[in-house]
Design a binder for this molecule. Structure first.
Ligand code: NAD
Length: 483
């Protein structure tokens, strides 16, 4: 016996052990095995769909108060355990402890927000255009929802999908990313102990290529909400839309931050640094392209290099560290490969070197590729690491055009003190989310979230938008009865 904690799938309220085991390794210290995930196959995934379908009657007929109570209790437990869960998240994913704890608190806020949403009215009562007839428009749960999530927000993304699914009376089969099973397991455990009926929330720890087709293709699954890469998302879309199931995709981002001659350079550098290197640059909303106008280009690039020189990289759980490791070896290799391609295409790369920090982990210094343009590979494809590139623009109009050249339009930002530029950019940016004098990353939970172009498909997530995906509407006409 190794003594390492073993995480199992949860089907119908019961732990299910699989045939295979996958270690959950700390990217800050490769000798530290956080847990072992017991990996199940397609048969267990099908059982989970069956359990969710079986629990639908009970959970969809639970009162709004009962649904709110479960989500609120779960949110309270997540908050109460924020230190411990934040430490676990930092340990298995590698974002710094303050970032990880912040993500845990965010998950709790989302659970509590959707507890409130469960109690709000979502229907309408209207007069018909025909005399004497009443119309009601009601919102009903969709049914069984598959929730498939990436590794970079191990608790917040699952929370922002599972909480609205449950708030509106759906039942769930949840498949987290292979790299982060422990945070996922804790969230499911907390929600189940908060009072869900058995089977309302099921957890599948399994390989995407094996269990994914069940979660997207089983006819008992009514809706699939997926966050991940564009390539996997395209497959999920093909599977689900072929059989007419509801589908929502949040995919990659290639997010520009425009810095104009009118920018406050101190604000611009901090927005770029936090937006591009926060969470090791492993955020779908990370700033990856800095489009800088001529008049401030050189001063901005100098200031960036000075700030990058002071950016501390190390073990995610060490106090004072600004950036943890890259999540795993294959992501680190991808980051380095994109930097090689940038050099080959003519960029000058600053940073972007493997770092020795005294412990064996996936450490990379932050990187800036200077002298690039929109057609370069590094500006067309998502790197998903602490890597930014700089594009020089002649003026604001040129900068806007270059910022809009991306096809993965999730978030875009501008740093300027000009109200005219800020207003114009807000209106004319192609992105789904626009930031003015703020990093491209960092969003609220009570408002819609999502991108345009290749970045998103289907209704928006979070906040007021969640009702669209997690319910179906019914319009009923009632003729007047006898007096
Ligand atoms: P990924 O596409 O490799 O995996 C996402 C999930 O899909 C994982 O749980 C994976 O196991 C599963 N999966 C794999 N094959 C599958 C299949 N055939 N069927 C169903 N599911 C399958 O993505 P990742 O590497 O975990 O995450 C990084 C990506 O996520 C980046 O592209 C990033 O931009 C994106 N992301 C987007 C948002 C957003 O809101 N737009 C947020 C966070 C991350």
């Amino acid at each position: 016996m190794s003594g390492t904690r073993v995480l199992t799938s949860v089907v119908g309220g019961t732990a299910v052990v699989g045939d295979d085991v996958r270690p959950d390794v700390n990217p800050s210290d490769l000798s530290d095995v956080v847990a072992e995930a017991s990996i199940v196959g397609a048969d267990v995934a099908a059982d989970a769909v069956g359990a969710a379908a079986g629990a639908f009657g009970a959970w969809s007929s639970a009162t709004p108060w009962q649904r709110a109570e479960v989500l609120d209790r779960a949110g309270s437990e997540v908050i109460a355990r924020a230190d411990e869960l934040g430490d676990l998240l930092a340990r298995e994913e590698g974002k710094t402890y303050p970032e990880a704890r912040g993500e845990v608190v965010r998950a709790a806020q989302i659970l509590k927000y959707f507890a409130g949403v469960a109690l709000q009215p979502h229907g309408q009562a209207l007069d018909s255009v025909r005399p004497g007839i009443d119309i009601t428009v009601t919102r009903e749960p969709v049914g069984v929802v598959s929730v498939i999530t990436p590794w970079n927000f191990p608790i917040a993304i699952p929370a922002w999908k599972i909480a609205p699914a449950l708030a509106f009376g759906n039942t769930v089969v949840f498949k987290p990313a292979d790299l982060v099973p422990a945070s996922a397991w804790e969230l499911v455990d907390i929600l189940n102990r908060a009072g869900l009926p058995a089977g309302a929330l099921n957890l599948i720890l399994g390989r995407g290529s094996v269990v994914g087709p069940v979660l997207t293709g089983d006819p008992r699954v009514n809706a699939v909400t997926f966050t991940g890469s564009v390539s996997t998302g395209k497959g999920v879309l093909a599977e689900t839309s072929a059989r007419g199931a509801k589908v929502q995709l949040e995919l990659g981002g290639k997010n520009p931050l425009v810095v104009t001659d009118n920018a406050d350079l101190g604000i611009a550098v901090e927005c770029a640094i936090q937006g591009g290197f926060g969470s090791t640059g492993q955020r779908c909303t990370a700033s990856s392209i800095l489009v800088v106008t001529d008049g401030v280009h050189d001063a901005f690039v100098d200031a960036m290099q000075e700030r990058m020189g002071r950016w501390s990289v190390g073990d995610a759980r060490t106090a004072g560290i600004e950036m943890g490791p890259v999540v795993d070896e294959s992501q680190l290799a991808q980051d380095l490969r994109y930097l090689d391609v940038a050099r080959a295409e003519g960029a000058q790369v600053v940073g972007g070197e493997r770092l020795e920090v005294g412990v064996d982990g996936h450490y990379l210094s932050p990187a800036l590729a200077i002298g690039t343009d929109v057609t370069d590979t590094i500006n067309r494809e998502e790197v998903f690491g602490p890597v930014m590139s700089v594009i020089r623009a002649t003026d604001y109009a040129d900068a806007l055009a270059r910022a809009n050249a991306s096809t993965m339009n999730l978030s875009a930002g501008i740093c300027t003190t000009s109200l005219a530029e800020a207003s114009h950019f807000r209106r004319h940016s192609k992105a789904g989310m626009v930031m003015v004098n703020l990093p491209t990353a960092g969003v609220d939970f009570h408002v819609p979230f999502g991108g345009r172009g290749e970045s998103s498909y289907g209704p928006r997530e979070q906040g007021t938008a969640a009702v669209e995906f997690f319910t179906v509407s019914k319009t009923a006409y009632t003729a007047p009865g006898a007096p």
